[in-house]
Design a binder for this molecule. Structure first.
Ligand code: NAD
Length: 340
């Protein structure tokens, strides 16, 4: 059993904890919080030992009957590996604490590549993560891009990728974030940071990205054009997607043409928290024209990286050497098969 601590029990941390808790080769030894809020009640409900960044906050937890197991240093003492899911930039500050204790740590996409010196996507470079002390699971947008680019590159070869990201403005519970009534160019200049971020995982890919932010809270949508090294038929491309366990096809028959309808669909399919761990490719958008491929995909920002974190834990622990085996174990434990 790999003993996993989650430092930062928020949007990503609480999902990673739940995904770890159902794997047969790992267990959650603790999660941490900075202050009392609804997520502390969820941790208690799930039975995760709760640790505090600052024990001065303990009386607030005592008052409402939420037991505290200790501070973060005590949590780290119990763990083989820590998933740092604190807000972007905090992970970099925490790195010294992990180094001092010689504990393995996974950082998230809000940290720079240099914090871990290695950026991870299960499909692309699982074997390079074997036994590592530090790994960074790339952001939701980069994970979604890496999965599909790697799949197409392996099958047909890629000369050039151009992608435009339409990003959600905030996560559903983030009441202080916007925009409320604007389409924001993020940034105005080209490229956005996503292309270079893809290259931290797939350095040989020639990619340019542009990004906007819109007033929604559920999912990003990517408009992607790839110039291939050889001509591909639409059916060949769809076959590649169908055989990938983390690429879903939103079929034409569903009549879904928005993120709102997609949320309803995955929710109705019984996904916890309406999570969509796979890329959602709009099947009707998949168009080939000789050596050109165009498509739209939806990426659920809150969940797409969760399965990657589970695989990264396994790779860094060194127990499972084969990426396909880990991916299968992760998916099966979540009772997950891609839509379509
Ligand atoms: P979040 O704000 O929802 O959760 C972060 C949690 O960490 C909060 O509970 C906060 O109280 C806690 N925290 C803050 N400082 C801490 C500290 N010093 N010690 C312990 N806990 C601390 O953030 P999130 O959205 O889950 O993002 C976490 C990371 O995942 C970031 O790097 C982010 O860029 C990345 N990420 C986020 C998303 C997303 O859509 N939310 C998607 C992919 C990757």
């Amino acid at each position: 059993m790999i003993k996993v601590a989650i430092n930062g029990y928020g949007t990503i941390g609480k999902r990673v904890a739940d995904a770890v808790s159902v794997q047969k080769d790992m267990r959650v030894i603790g999660v941490s919080k900075t202050s009392l809020n609804a997520e502390a009640y969820v941790a208690r409900e799930r039975g995760y030992p709760l640790y505090l960044a600052d024990l001065a906050k303990k009386p607030a937890f005592d008052k409402v009957g939420i037991p505290i197991a200790g501070d973060i240093t005590e949590m780290l003492r119990e763990a083989d590996i820590v998933v740092d899911a604190t807000p972007g930039g905090v992970g970099a500050k925490n790195k010294g604490m992990y180094e001092q204790r010689g504990i393995k740590a996974i950082f998230q996409g809000g940290e720079d590549h240099e914090v871990a010196g290695f950026s991870f996507c299960s499909d692309c470079n699982y074997t390079q993560a074997l036994g590592r002390q530090f790994t960074r699971v790339v952001s939701c947008n980069t994970t979604g891009l890496c999965r599909i680019i790697n799949t197409i590159d392996k099958a047909f070869g890629i000369r050039k990728v151009h992608a435009v990201m339409v990003r959600r403005g905030a996560d559903p519970a983030e009441i202080k974030k916007g925009p409320v009534d604007a389409i924001v160019l993020d940034p105005v200049t080209v490229p956005s940071h996503h292309g270079p971020d893809v290259q931290t995982v797939l350095p040989h890919i020639n990619i340019t990205t542009m990004a906007t932010i819109v007033p929604t809270t559920f999912m990003h949508v990517h408009a992607i054009k790839m110039d291939l090294k050889r001509a591909a038929s639409r059916d060949e491309v769809l076959d590649r997607f169908r055989s990938h366990s983390r690429i879903g096809l939103i079929s034409k028959g569903t009549a879904i043409r928005s993120t709102a309808e997609l949320k309803e669909y995955v929710q109705d399919m019984g996904r916890p928290r309406a999570d969509m761990w796979e890329n959602g490719i709009f099947e009707a958008s998949v168009t080939t024209n000789g050596d050109e491929l165009l498509l739209f995909q939806a990426i659920h920002q809150e969940s797409v990286v969760v399965v990657e974190n589970v695989d990264a834990i396994r790779a860094m622990a060194g127990a499972i050497k084969d990426p396909a085996t880990s991916i299968k174990m992760t998916n099966e434990a979540l009772q997950f098969s891609a839509i379509g």
